[in-house]
Design a protein around this ligand. Structure first.
Ligand code: SAM
Length: 371
């Protein structure tokens, strides 16, 4: 696996009980970008019935639409684009005739999808995007199929199969998918999709604007004390605004597994274990979980974080408190992780200071180095 500049920074190995994993190919410096990857596919996180009318972002590049929207001339209610360039690019990629007709079909007042909740709408949107990938790029569709996730044929997959394969039958030039294929795709989505987040608004819970599948980033396993974190810059004007960027949080020796946390690091032990089992199907046995397994439910990381700052925390009780002091964003209700800016970047990392960037609210904090 190669970084964009051609340096091999990470590679994929198999680790017992974890499957494929990413390890560092050499010593890595705090803040170093180890992966910048474009999505294999992207799909909206707004329910299909509301999407066309309510969306204030472009259906192709997912940036906020700041000028007059350009509507798709073929679907009703129309998908909206931020420019005629995005609209024209989408017609051979994200918004082909198949997607256009299928979305119009699913949004129509008599669509059976209308009786179902938001989660089903978003899954239906994912399936249409995945079937579209099979049409426009079979090799990329095969990459999607190679990701982790075993099919489960249950009520949800049967429902979504019946709704979306009907759209395929009517609008796709290739035969409709089997129910097994639909169920397999849903499993890939569940385990591998990354949310591209709306900017943090302190008055509202942070929401997801779109989901993306990034095949290389999908090989990162979870650790409750991650050594890397991922950033997205969806409203950036630069090219690659929907790319995922992964940076290491602190210096890392070559040959070490590089892990992300699949959710904010300040989630307590019992909830972390429940989410990892329900959503990802495994029991986490990381260093932090081994320590926290013996804690009572009302003993929280925040209490230890506070006592660490007051100097009253016993390191034996909470050997990981250093992580929370140094790498957790102090912004209210943020819960983000801090990683240094990449070595050599302009506002960064002189002498004994590092500029840390939060991967949720984007705040920059100066960290006085302790070495
Ligand atoms: C996004 S995939 C990560 C890559 C995956 N290992 C593979 O082989 O493709 C998520 C899945 O990896 C496995 N996994 C991730 N972190 C793990 C961990 N800390 N312990 C055990 N399994 C883990 C689980 O099976 C999980 O559903």
């Amino acid at each position: 696996m190669e970084m964009s500049d051609g340096n091999e920074l990470i590679r994929i190995v198999n680790i017992e009980n974890k499957g494929r994993a990413i390890v560092s190919s050499r010593d890595l410096k705090a803040g170093e970008v180890i992966l910048k990857e474009s999505p294999l596919l992207l799909y909206s996180a707004i329910p299909l019935d509301a999407a066309a009318a309510a969306a204030n972002y472009c259906a192709h590049c997912f940036r906020i639409i700041s000028h007059k929207a350009v509507p798709c001339p073929n679907c009703s209610p129309p998908s909206l684009f931020c420019s005629s360039k995005c609209q024209s690019q989408s017609s051979s990629s994200s918004h082909t005739a198949f997607v256009c007709q299928s979305l119009a079909h699913l949004r129509s007042p008599d669509s059976p999808l209308r009786r179902h909740d938001q989660d089903r709408h978003i899954q239906a949107w994912f399936l249409i995007s995945a079937y579209n990938l099979a049409l426009i790029s079979p090799p990329h569709f095969q990459i999607l199929l190679s990701l982790q996730g075993e099919p489960t044929i249950d009520e949800t997959s049967l429902l979504l199969h019946s709704i979306t394969s009907d759209a395929c039958r009517r609008h796709s030039p290739i035969p409709p998918p089997s129910v097994e294929l639909t169920a397999a795709l849903l499993a890939k989505d569940k385990l591998n999709a990354f949310g591209l987040m709306e900017p943090l608004d302190e008055d509202r819970e942070r929401s997801v604007r779109a989901y993306g599948i990034y095949p290389k980033a999908s090989f990162f396993n979870h650790d409750c004390l991650p050594n890397a974190c991922r950033f997205d810059y969806v409203d950036s004007a630069a090219n690659g605004n929907t790319d995922i960027v992964v940076r290491v949080i602190h210096d890392l020796a070559g040959g070490r597994e590089v892990c992300l946390s699949y959710f904010p690091v300040n989630v307590k032990y019992s909830e972390r274990q429940a989410r990892l089992m329900d959503d990802y199907g495994f029991i986490c046995d990381c260093d932090r979980c081994r320590v926290e397994a013996s804690w009572s439910d009302d003993e929280t990381m925040e209490e230890d974080h506070d006592s660490m700052e007051e100097g009253t925390c016993d390191d034996d009780d909470f050997p990981h408190s250093y992580f929370f002091v140094k790498y957790m964003c102090s912004g209210e209700n943020c819960g983000g992780t801090l990683a240094p800016l990449p070595p050599g970047s302009s506002s960064d990392n002189n002498n004994n200071t590092k500029t840390m960037e939060c991967n949720v609210c984007g705040r920059l904090e100066v960290d006085e180095e302790d070495n």
